[in-house]
Ligand binder design. Structure first.
Ligand SMILES: Cc1cc2nc3c(=O)[nH]c(=O)nc-3n(C[C@H](O)[C@H](O)[C@H](O)COP(=O)(O)O)c2cc1C
Length: 193
């Protein structure tokens, strides 16, 4: 199979999988997850090579404590369901950030693009998040993406720099079952000559 098709298959096979077991698939180590995330954070492009993407991987007690704090910050019974399942069923979570300090440095260095850098931080973080999601699923993990950003920020260990803006949480574990079939709109990409 060509490497292009392998890449496209990884994109097509990435799905939201909520039913997780608190383990990694056979033969996968947490260091494999770390290698994937590290490679993606390093190589995903950033505006003017500003390199503001950051990530941490929570597992074990750190994952449990953060998600327990997130859970306790939510009052509605329905709203507590997802963080409860993340705490009790996901093996870990990748927290994606961009460093505001870096983004602000570049805003000052290139004042003509000042507003653009703020948007660009979201774009590049989005790229890191979805690349990571697709790549972890090629390892056999199940993943789903969450946005408890403020609650996660408040719950994180104190050694996480205050300037790191939380963008999302990719929750992962061994999949219990695959995702249901998905509908697609008719959405052709045309070639114009
Ligand atoms: C930018 C973005 C934000 C999302 N936010 C959430 C979220 O906060 N919670 C959640 O459960 N799923 C979230 N999702 C998952 C989407 O609902 C899901 O990707 C979409 O329904 C398509 O399903 P699929 O992932 O199985 O292809 C998000 C996905 C994207 C791309």
């Amino acid at each position: 199979m060509s490497s292009t098709q392998t890449f496209l298959d990884a994109i097509a096979n990435r799905r939201t999988i909520y039913d997780l077991k608190q383990e990694l698939p056979a033969g996968v180590k947490i260091e494999d997850v770390q290698h994937v995330i590290q490679t993606i954070v390093k190589n995903t492009p950033t505006a003017l090579n500003s390199q503001e993407n950051r990530a941490i991987i929570l597992t074990g007690e750190a994952h449990r404590q953060v998600w327990d704090r997130v859970l306790k910050s939510i009052t509605s019974k329905d709203g507590r369901k997802r963080p409860t399942s993340v705490r009790d069923e996901a093996y870990g979570s990748v927290i994606f950030f961009t460093d505001n300090e870096t983004t602000n440095e570049f805003r000052k260095k290139f004042p003509g693009f000042s507003n653009a850098f703020n948007d660009a931080a979201y774009y590049t973080s989005g790229a890191v998040q979805i690349e990571s999601w697709a790549a972890l699923e090629t390892l056999g993990l199940g993943c789903h993406l969450q946005h408890y950003n403020e609650a996660v920020k408040a719950a994180l260990p104190l050694d996480i720099p205050i300037s790191w803006r939380v963008h999302s949480q990719l929750c992962f574990g061994a999949p219990v079952k695959g995702a249901p079939a998905k509908d697609f709109i008719d959405n052709p990409v045309r070639i114009l000559n």
